[in-house]
Every structure is written in C-alpha cells, then in structure tokens.
Write a protein that binds this ligand. Structure first.
Ligand code: SF4
Length: 335
C-alpha cells in the first residue's frame, strides 16, 4: 500500500465520501496534509529530486468528466479514475506523458465517471471495453480509495461493458471477494529478475507479483500477463524461458479462464530518452540509436525499436515458448 509523504486535497474533493475517507485515514499520521488546488513542493529545480518528491505525493481531486479518450488496441476507451503511479520504472511511458507532474492523482467523483461510462455503453450495440490503467497503475492506492472495488462492482452489472487494467502491484486483497461476474480482467506486468532489479524501482518483486496473480486467479477473475518491456540482453532467452516456466507452474490447477499474454519489446522516442536522462542520469537502459531501427508510430512520432532480425527472433522465441506451455491462442500479440 502506498503511504504518501504529502497529500494535496483539492477543496471540492473533501465534499466526496472518498476524499473524506482518505483525509480521515491520514490526518493523524505522519503525512503532510495540504488543502490547496495547486500542487507545489520544494524541489530546487532539480529534475531527479522533483521526480522523487512527486512520486511521494498523492493528489486527491475531482475529474471534470467529458469525452473519454480512445484506447486502441487494448480497449475502446480509457477510464480516467487515477493518473500517475508510485513506481519508479526508468523506462516508464508516464515519464514522458506526465512530465513534471509525476505524482499520483485519484479522482473522487467516481460515480460521475461511471455514469459517463454507462452512456458510452448505451451508445453501442457491441460490448464496450474500458481500460483503467492507461495513465496509471491503480492498485497501490486501492486499499484506502476502493475506487477499483466500486468500478468492478459497477461493471459486474453492465451487460455490455467490460473493464480491464494492468498492474505490477500486489494490494489486491480487497478485490478478492467481489462478485465481478467475469467482467473485469486483471493483468499483471512481469519481467525477469534482472530487469526488475535494474529498472523497476519501488515495485514488488517478481515472486510477489506472481503470488498476487495467483490470488486474482483463485478469485476467478479473467487474467493474463504483460511481459514488457522485453530487453534482448545476453542470456535473455534463458531468463525469459525460466520466467514463462514459472508462470506456467504457478497457475492454479483449476483456473477456468484462458490466460492472455501480451509481449512488448523495448522501444523509446528521443523525447522519452531525454526525459529519462534528466531523471536517471546514470541509467543503463539500452538507448543507443545506432543499435536500433527507427520506426514511425501510429501517432506520427518516431521511435527506436529493435532491428527486424532481432524482432523476428524474439517473436519466434515467445511464440514457441508460450505455445509449448499454454497455447498459441493465449498470445494476444508480440510486438
Ligand atoms: S509500475 Fe508501470 S506505470 Fe508505474 S512506473 Fe512502473 S511502468 Fe510506470
């Protein structure tokens, strides 16, 4: 569970039950409580310090609910419940997306957000899928916000609505007894021990994530793994092979859903590289353009990906390995 160093409450947020609950939980603890619509803390214009302080900050706010952003290909729409994450993964896309606002922000007007989701569901004849982790990892604040609990309960009753999110965290206990009606998929982001210890600071170990995934599977949720980002270092095949062996061995025997696999190779943009170097000047992330292929992405900007030969070797390896222990149908994509 994330215990922040400071919490900013937007004034209006305290009028909502979730806002008040967070306030009551932390008001007598060793946490700075600041009621202010503007987030501010001393960081001496030092990007690394600003990042560290930001990551220890929680903001409790009210979302102005309007249009939801699309979220292809993993879902139809983003569900904006929380933004930011307490983790400090060096490669994280949020370093670019959130820039100098690296704090976690929770939105207390969940009912407004879910009412809006209901309108999107009603507009379509098909199933509409909402992604709850497009700009966050929502699990570390769940024990005292219960935002996911509320959302899972909401989707359980929506005939044509599905919810999904991904996490690296383990604070899942409050979700285990919910009547989710198989309408929420909880995936776990996983990697080799070497990558987790080198780059995924302030996140749980591989074995703790696998334990949390077992709890979620035992609670009957549809589940899966995102293996990302895949790095092609010396011995990567041995390590990723062992990882998939371990996942296979730990799936509860009576698990009734198909486990999905999404496998994503490491890539970066020059903007991301510059932000990462600002915050982690000594990073050992492999970001040498001479060793990569430049590729235009779907949003018009270019990124550096592994070479065509490396990617086809990677795809062949993961297809073969996952198919041998699960089945080819379990693989959603390998990119
Ligand atoms: S856990 Fe996920 S969202 Fe959080 S910092 Fe790491 S990669 Fe980013």
């Amino acid at each position: 569970m994330f215990v922040p160093k400071r919490i900013f409450f937007e004034k209006k947020a305290l009028e909502y039950a979730i806002g008040q609950k967070i306030y009551d939980k932390f008001k007598d603890k060793n946490v700075d409580i600041i009621i202010d619509n503007r987030v501010h803390f001393q960081a001496n214009d030092n990007p690394a310090l600003k990042y560290k302080e930001g990551k220890q900050t929680l903001v409790v706010g009210v979302k102005r609910v309007s249009k939801f952003e699309t979220c292809k290909p993993s879902a139809d729409y983003q569900l904006p419940l929380i933004s930011g994450c307490t983790g400090q993964c060096e490669y994280c896309y949020l370093n670019t997306k959130l820039g100098d606002k690296p704090y976690t922000k929770v939105f207390v007007n969940v009912d407004d957000i879910l009412d809006n989701a209901k309108k999107y569901i009603a507009k379509s004849d098909n199933i509409t899928i909402f992604e709850g982790s497009a700009t966050s990892d929502p699990i570390p604040v769940e024990p005292y916000t219960n935002i996911l609990e509320r959302t899972i309960n909401f989707f359980a009753k929506e005939k044509n609505g599905l919810f999904r999110f991904v996490t690296k965290y383990t604070d899942v206990d409050t979700l285990l007894t919910l009547d989710h009606n198989n309408h929420t998929t909880i995936r776990f982001s996983i990697n080799t021990d070497k990558i987790i210890s080198a780059y995924e600071h302030s996140t749980p170990s591989k074995s703790r994530r696998i334990e949390a995934s077992q709890k979620i599977m035992n609670a009957g949720y549809p589940s899966g793994f995102i293996i990302a980002p895949v790095f092609l270092y010396d011995d990567w095949k041995t390590d990723y092979s062992e990882l998939i062996d371990e996942l296979s061995a730990k799936v509860p025997k009576n698990y009734k859903h198909d486990i999905s696999f999404e496998v994503i190779s490491h890539r970066y943009t020059i903007t991301a590289k510059n932000k990462i170097l600002n915050v982690f000047p000594n990073t050992t992330l492999p970001m040498n353009e001479d060793e990569r292929k430049f590729k235009y992405g779907q949003f018009g900007y270019g990124k550096y990906v592994y070479t065509k030969e490396q990617l086809s070797e990677m795809k062949e390896f993961f297809t073969q390995k996952i198919s041998s222990l699960f089945s080819k149908e379990n693989i959603k994509y390998i990119i």
